[in-house]
Design a binder for this molecule. Sequence first.
Ligand code: NAD
Length: 245
Amino acid sequence: MMTLREIIDNSRRIVFFGGAGVSTESGIPDFRSADGLYRQKYDVPPEVMLSASYFYAHTQEFFRFYREKMLPLSAKPNAAHIRLAQWERAGKLLAVVTQNIDGLHQAAGSKCVYELHGSIHRNTCLSCGRKYPARFIAESSSVPRCACGGIVKPDVVLYEEPLDGDTVNGALAAIAAADTLIVAGTSLTVYPAASFVNYFGGDNLVLINRDPTPLDKDCTLVLHEKVGEALGGLASYLSEKEENS
Ligand code: NAD
């Protein structure tokens, strides 16, 4: 069986499909691990609080939860984010497809990132369409309001909302074009995102996840390890000068 290093050495069109576990090494809790958000006790479960119907019916409570739990603005990219950005610059990686909304892949320098569930860094007034940065939401109290009086809603995909069509098409095209797909840091339980890995038809399906997933049995290589440690230990495929520029 090939090692991860051998697979990456021999790949030219890597696509990375990640979830919340990619950012836990940056200090952002995931949802379903033992210390994840879903194991903490709330009066209303997080999947209800993060639904569109809750947003419109209990806007103030939504923003209280969102500001407290979903806006990790001081988090920094970890070794996984940094390595993936380097592989893209080195011409080995086509795209990152992420379920995360934290923007850490772009903060590490990745350019081609399909954010299936949107981003905390884009926020739009529901009345006039004006755009606001995440800081505006973080610094607001109660319900964030636009200069026009409209509610400013984060461009994150809430439960009950559809995914953005162009983002889905771009992500599926990238996955279909990949020679190696690395799936990492995801429980593969949030649909439709989890089903996107079925569009892969390349040579190596690699899974890096702390806990077992339903995909383990179909993979070329399964590593039950931390993704930052696994990717951080590999080559950047850049010269020392390129790496530091
Ligand atoms: P999940 O919480 O359901 O599962 C995370 C998986 O990652 C678990 O199987 C866990 O074993 C694994 N994991 C945790 N830390 C890891 C590490 N360091 N290395 C390797 N594996 C690790 O996450 P999900 O499947 O992405 O689904 C949760 C949903 O919640 C997603 O849709 C996502 O949008 C959202 N979410 C996003 C963030 C974020 O933006 N950082 C954080 C929490 C949740």
